[in-house]
Ligand binder design. Structure first.
Ligand code: PMP
Length: 399
């Protein structure tokens, strides 16, 4: 009997399973709408010009690879704070900010989860219904009980604000509440500005612990507007956590570039919190990798590269927006009678299309078009070569 013999096969990751099925499909005109990455008009993950320029400069430097500090590259951490709170935010000088470079947004969430778990007595996390599929698994793996709060309203394909507020109100005091700061994954449905103030009001009264997840800053309106929720929380004076990811906004998925930022209630809390966070990092992976953070810091800290990056980010955002408009038009032209305008209102890379599980299965079987069984489609995987086939197939299964 080996130590491994009782080990049971883990359930298949639904999205990876979908990629396998897509890979095995031999049809030439197959389309993968299940992916969570931005693809350009050629259907490829782009290498941004700003990234390329920063990388060229970095290679030319022939820099040695010493260890980074436990909490990462300081110019990177500072640049992350500026992006979140704005360059002239008083918080930057307040002594209330802690930022640690992390292994993508996932790593930031896990650091925050592990940190809070060690400090808190109550270990309850609330995520939106629905949410990014890894939220639940990640917090459960970190030892928490995970519940959800109402979020998406299938009747309106919009936000169930009253349900959300009532759900947050009903949670036990001190619950860790995970909130998508912008471009909600998977629904593409965001809170309006006035809604955030209501959420902050409930969270404050119930003494919840807000944990903002910002993985798509720049994909909604622009870098500034997409940070609105973060900045409103900052103004509230509440202590809170933020998980940043640059996987999408820099198209640096494989470099694992993210950051955990914690805003403490006062300066006195900062040193102990940072010291405990460093323990979490040290006992997990000791310190983060250099390349991605160096590249992102070089772009964020150079006015010229920053401008180029903002332009490239706008190109990605606009391309997705055009694909949304085209998809709605083509669905209507193909005879879809139901209201599909909501696809245009949704923001970020994804759309909760309203397709049922059965319709998603038919899309794959009959047309070689793969989507997540929840009906989530990646709008950033559409392009002018595949959109007609997708719209016609969707129309066929929706009739
Ligand atoms: N949060 C959300 C809401 C996401 O959609 C994702 C990525 N799909 C992440 C976090 C994780 O990002 P990363 O790939 O940088 O770990």
């Amino acid at each position: 009997m080996s130590v491994f013999s009782p080990v049971e096969l883990a359930p298949r990751d639904p999205i990876l399973g979908l990629n396998e099925a897509f890979g095995a499909d031999t049809r030439a005109n197959k389309v993968n709408l299940g992916v969570g990455v931005y693809c350009n008009e050629e259907g490829k993950v782009p290498l941004l010009r700003a990234v390329q320029k920063a990388e060229e400069a970095r290679v030319a430097e022939h820099a040695a690879r010493a260890y980074l500090p436990i909490d990462g590259l300081a110019p990177y951490d500072l640049a992350v704070q500026k992006l979140l709170f704005g360059t002239d935010s008083a918080l930057l000088q307040s002594g209330r900010l802690i930022t640690a470079q992390s292994l993508g947004g996932t790593g930031a969430l896990k650091l925050g989860a592990d940190f809070l778990y060690r400090q808190a007595e109550k270990r309850l996390v609330a995520i939106s219904n629905p949410s990014w599929e890894n939220h639940r698994s990640l917090f459960e793996a970190a030892g928490y009980e995970v519940v959800d709060y109402p979020y998406y309203d299938p009747a309106t394909n919009g936000l169930n604000l009253d349900g959300m507020l009532a759900g947050l109100e009903a949670l036990p005091e001190g619950t860790v509440v995970v909130l998508h700061a912008c471009c909600h994954n998977p629904t593409g449905v965001d809170l309006a500005l006035a809604d955030w103030a209501k959420v902050i009001d409930v969270v404050t009264r119930r003494k919840h612990v807000p944990f903002l997840d910002i993985a798509y800053q720049g994909f909604g309106e622009n870098l500034e507007d997409d940070a609105f929720a973060v900045r409103l929380f900052a103004e509230s004076g509440l202590p809170f956590l933020i998980a940043s990811s640059f996987s999408k906004s820099f198209s640096l998925y494989g470099e694992r570039v993210g950051a955990l930022t914690m805003v403490t209630a006062n300066q006195g809390e900062t040193a102990p919190v940072l010291s405990q966070l460093k323990r979490v990092i040290r006992t997990n992976y000791s310190n983060p990798p250099t390349h991605g953070a160096k590249v992102v810091a070089a772009v964020l800290n150079s006015p010229e590269l920053y401008q180029l990056w903002e332009e490239e980010l706008a190109e990605m955002r606009d391309r997705i927006r055009h694909m949304r408009i085209a998809l709605v038009e083509k669905l209507q032209a193909a005879g879809v009678q139901t209201d599909v305008d909501f696809i245009q209102r949704q923001r970020g890379m994804f759309s909760y299309s309203g397709l049922t599980k059965e319709q998603v299965a038919r899309l794959a079987d009959e047309f070689g078009i793969y989507a997540v069984s929840s009906g989530r489609i990646c709008v950033a995987a559409l392009n002018t070569s595949n959109i007609d086939a997708v719209a016609n197939a969707m129309a066929a299964v929706m009739k």
